[in-house]
Design a protein around this ligand. Structure first.
Ligand SMILES: [Fe+2]
Length: 284
């Protein structure tokens, strides 16, 4: 995976890119020196500068202007209805958000220096902990960033964690990913993550809306995914998504559309072992 061409901070945390991080790849940031064994770090609120706070606000305002007609109801309800998700108040303090999130779905946010090794990331998900990068993109990266920052991780991912069925799915995904790693199926399960958690669309009262974090946190991709006639929008199917290679350096050519979050839960509930064996036979 070429880390220099990743667009819009949509890469699922984890996967092989993280190994480069640990090796000190200069293209990746984050202070990994002071982290705990589970890769968590303190979120030092006083370290955020006034310039960063102002940049955060501009990122938030730009995206809030785009989501009313494009984000799914669950995302909008959380962003519009929860004081803890009032992102206009500044860069969020994870400890404050955790009070509301814990009460809603028993998830907690953990601060991390950046991308994590696969097993660390999936272990957090399996334990209902969502890793959020602590640092914010630089001004020159306002429209384009190489790796996930706090804006992608928080704006894109955190509101959906307040929806119980989605939150339960994400925990199950973490458990499934740890199993997939043992079975050699992680590349295929990564595609499922990509086309759901990062770039997923969903039908809602006859319209198509976004719930994927990579779409919701990127102005370019949000407009493209929902408004452009160019990309394919196909009904969500587990095996089709696992057979579909994804782009990390451009907007997607294909988006998978759920009928409901119940469909996501139901379709990903079975044991995937036969899926991996089939995909292995196909050389997918
Ligand atoms: Fe993400």
């Amino acid at each position: 995976m070429d880390t220099t061409t990743l667009s819009d901070a949509a890469l699922p945390a984890g996967f092989d890119i993280s190994l480069k991080t640990r090796d000190g790849n200069p293209g990746l940031r984050g202070n990994y020196a002071s982290m705990a064994a589970d890769y968590t770090v303190p979120q030092a609120m006083s370290d955020y500068t006034s310039e960063q706070q102002a940049r955060w606000l501009r990122l938030v305002e730009r995206q809030l202007a785009l989501i009313p007609s494009r984000a799914c109801k669950e995302f909008l309800d959380a962003v519009n209805g929860l004081t803890a998700l009032d992102m206009r108040r500044g860069i969020p303090n994870f400890a404050d958000v955790n009070v509301a999130l814990k009460a809603a779905t028993n998830w907690t946010l953990v601060a991390v220096p950046g991308l994590l090794p696969d097993d660390v990331f999936f272990t957090h998900l399996a334990n209902r902990r969502f890793p959020v990068t602590v640092w914010l993109r630089e001004e020159r990266e306002f429209d384009y960033i190489v790796e996930p920052d706090i804006f992608h991780d928080f704006f894109g991912h955190v509101p959906m964690l307040f929806t119980p069925i989605y939150a339960d799915h994400l925990q199950a995904y973490g458990e499934g990913a740890l199993k997939a790693k043992r079975l050699g199926g992680l590349d295929w399960l990564a595609r499922l993550y990509w086309y759901t958690i990062e770039f997923g669309l969903i039908r809602e009262k006859g319209a198509t809306k976004a719930y994927g974090a990579g779409v919701l946190s990127s102005p370019k991709e949000l407009i493209y995914a929902l408004d452009s006639p160019i990309p394919k929008r196909v009904p969500f199917d587990v095996m089709t998504s696992m057979r579909t290679a994804f782009l990390i350096d451009d907007v997607q050519t294909t988006y998978f559309v759920l009928e409901s979050f119940q469909q996501l839960r139901d379709d990903t509930a079975p044991d995937f072992t036969p899926h991996y064996e089939q995909l292995k036979r196909e050389g997918a």
